[in-house]
Design a binder for this molecule. Structure first.
Ligand code: ATP
Length: 347
């Protein structure tokens, strides 16, 4: 079993608390993405799991063993970090073979596994080259191939595809997902790219300010964000937040009436741009359109609801002009209510 338990991990750099009692369990064979904006503590958490950084408090348990004080190489894991450290004095083949050589794998097995990994990462034509003669993206793929070839039980990755162009990145993402699933590798993957996290992960831990705001499947965090931050960070365009008055369990916006929770005093209506539909007769929530952007698959409408910024997604052929006022209908089951004071969702 290669499950990972992160138990109340705290990290302080001097007086700055970079991680605040972070707890997280990653199941054997599961793929968890750590997603969040720059500086939220993703890399610090990954480095603590790897043993490259010492936690101020808390424990890291891998496969039932407390590894909190073990050196990185004794933790039984492979890692690929942003700076994709490959060995400059070794060819691509030898770099990719490195882990297998350490395991003292027979030559035929080394060859077979290296060939498979390099084919997956499309670097088979560079086998005899030294890293100095490779581009940043190619070197990054060598680092990923090296980690995969050794078939580790636990794999830690920090933005491993960051140096690749968009198309290659998409292709590598798909390959990575397939191969890790097939191998049953327990993976923790740091990214600030929500599309990458959504595409790859079984569960996503959304981090903010040294804490995990929410952990759940991609669909859960998209459909039912636990906080305003998660709603605004996940999804494109980001969730809209409209301050509304809620009275006796209903909120009235224009001629739309929505049931709302009455527990909070000041409420924000969290509305996904793709969950609003243009009404045929202009009834519903009044939306003042300021800019219309044709995106091909849809129209992105930017404007305001009750004077507050909102972005709405409309069908590509919808007839909407900048400057117009249109009406929106929404399904009450698909909105999120946020307590303005706490920033947390209320049911
Ligand atoms: P990014 O996506 O930009 O890499 P991140 O979420 O991975 O960001 P971390 O690198 O984990 O963020 O950093 C978390 C916080 O801890 C940041 O505010 C950072 O400035 C701080 N920090 C990280 N390493 C150190 C260090 N060695 N000394 C002092 N502060 C540090």
């Amino acid at each position: 079993m290669a499950d990972i338990v992160i138990d109340r991990v705290v990290k302080e750099f001097g007086s700055f608390r970079a991680l605040q009692e972070v707890s997280l369990t990653v199941n054997d064979g599961e793929f968890v993405a750590l997603l969040g904006p720059s500086g939220c503590g993703k890399t610090t958490l990954l480095r603590i799991i790897a043993g490259l950084e010492t936690q101020t408090a808390g424990r890291v348990i891998i496969g039932g063993q407390d590894v909190s004080n073990l050196a990185p190489r004794k933790r039984g894991l492979a890692m690929v970090f942003q700076n994709y450290a490959v060995f400059p004095h070794m060819t691509v083949f030898e770099n990719v073979a490195f882990g297998l050589r350490m395991q003292k794998a027979p030559q035929a097995e080394v060859k077979r596994k290296v060939e498979r990994a390099v084919a997956l990462l499309h670097i088979e034509s560079y086998l005899d080259r030294y890293p100095a003669k490779l581009s940043g993206g190619q070197r990054q793929r060598v680092a990923v191939a090296r980690a995969l070839a050794a078939e580790p039980a636990v794999l830690l990755m920090d933005e491993p595809l960051s140096n690749l162009d968009a198309l290659l990145r998409l292709e590598m993402r798909t390959e990575l997902k397939a191969v890790l699933r097939e191998a049953g590798t327990t993976t923790i993957y740091v990214t600030h790219d929500q599309t990458e996290a959504m595409g790859l992960a079984d569960r996503i831990a959304v981090m903010y300010g040294g804490k995990i705001d929410q952990i759940g499947s991609p669909l859960e965090i998209y459909a039912t964000p636990a906080t305003r931050f998660v709603g605004g960070f996940i999804g494109s365009p980001p969730m809209n937040f409209i301050k509304v008055q809620c009275s006796q369990g209903t909120a009235k916006i224009g001629d739309a009436v929505l049931p709302c929770p009455t527990t909070a005093q000041t409420l924000e209506l969290g509305l996904r741009g793709e969950d609003a539909a243009l009404s045929a007769n202009g009834s519903g929530i009044p939306f003042d359109v300021r800019v219309v952007e044709p995106m091909g698959s849809h129209l992105l409408l930017t404007g305001s609801i009750d004077g507050q910024l909102a972005r709405i997604v409309a069908p590509p052929t919808a007839k909407v002009d900048a400057g117009a006022r249109v009406g929106l209908t929404v399904d009450p089951a698909r909105v999120t209510w946020i307590d303005s004071t706490t920033g947390c969702a209320v049911a």
